[in-house]
Design a protein around this ligand. Structure first.
Ligand code: ZN
Length: 263
């Protein structure tokens, strides 16, 4: 891409971001309290093998944002991705699952019909592995514009972005904030800061990452950092809940969650 193309893309993304933060909101009241949710996007096998046991040892569960097209594949930055046995292992342990489109598509680049088809294909794959009650969605690449936000708002799922920070009442259920454990957030530094802030006020901190490995991608963390993060979560005194559980408590969506083709 030329420099000019790069800059216009950046400006376009910045405008999309501002529009998405301002319009097509689904404002809901958060139950009183302090909450943390732990998430994994895409997701590499290293997250299941390394992070899931750490989380379970605390008596907690996570939310796994599945893009079904990654199942059983190897990816350049992440290495080996989850497989069918991982899904079954996680669902049997009581974890929560979210939709991340089937092919990890940039929702700004495809039609409403394509997003709908992507979600349906993904939810069918999850259902085939015993996962039925999916009530949240994470925008692949964190990429959204007003059109995709509006279209997905009909999907009866809470929608999660990648803007770091604390969700405090009224939250936008169509664009939940989430703090990434990733290189450009200082690894776990930004999440630690959010957890510190959460001690002073009510709200919901959603923390996500990708791979958890000794030599992580720019969007992942080391096992040592993940363990340190979990210690900070525990120290915050917040209640750890899955995104699905929190969305159910908020009670704004129809239940049971069934995605149907947009009319
Ligand atoms: Zn992703």
């Amino acid at each position: 891409m030329t420099d000019l193309g790069y800059f216009s893309e950046k400006i376009g993304s910045a405008i999309d971001r501002v529009l998405c933060e301002t319009f097509e909101k689904r404002e809901e009241k958060l139950p009183s309290g302090r909450y943390v949710s732990l998430c994994f996007d895409d997701f590499p096998k290293s997250a299941v093998d390394t992070a899931a046991p750490m989380i379970e040892a605390e008596g907690w569960r996570a939310t796994w944002y599945v893009a079904g097209g990654f199942m059983g594949t190897d990816q350049p930055h992440y290495g080996t991705m989850f497989d069918a046995a991982d899904l079954i292992r996680l669902v049997e342990a009581g974890h929560d699952f979210g939709c991340h489109t089937f092919d990890h598509v940039d929702c700004r680049q495809v039609s409403a019909e394509e997003i709908d088809a992507q979600c349906r294909q993904n939810l069918e794959l999850l259902a085939a592995h015993g996962i039925g009650d999916v009530n949240s969605f994470a925008y692949p690449f964190g990429a959204a514009n007003l059109t995709s936000k509006k279209n997905l708002s009909n999907a009866n799922m809470a929608l999660r972005g990648v803007k770091p920070g604390i969700n405090s009442s009224p939250i936008d259920l169509n664009m939940l904030k989430a703090t990434g454990l990733q290189h450009d957030n200082g690894g776990i530094a930004r999440a630690r800061q959010d957890l510190k802030t959460l001690k002073q006020s009510e709200g919901w901190v959603i923390i996500f990452t990708h791979d958890v490995s000794a030599a992580p991608s720019p969007w992942g963390v080391t096992p040592e950092d993940y363990r340190e993060l979990l210690s900070a979560v525990e120290e915050s005194g917040a209640e750890v809940v899955t995104v699905g559980e929190m969305v159910a408590r908020i009670g704004a969506l129809a239940a049971p969650v069934q995605r149907s083709r947009a009319a």
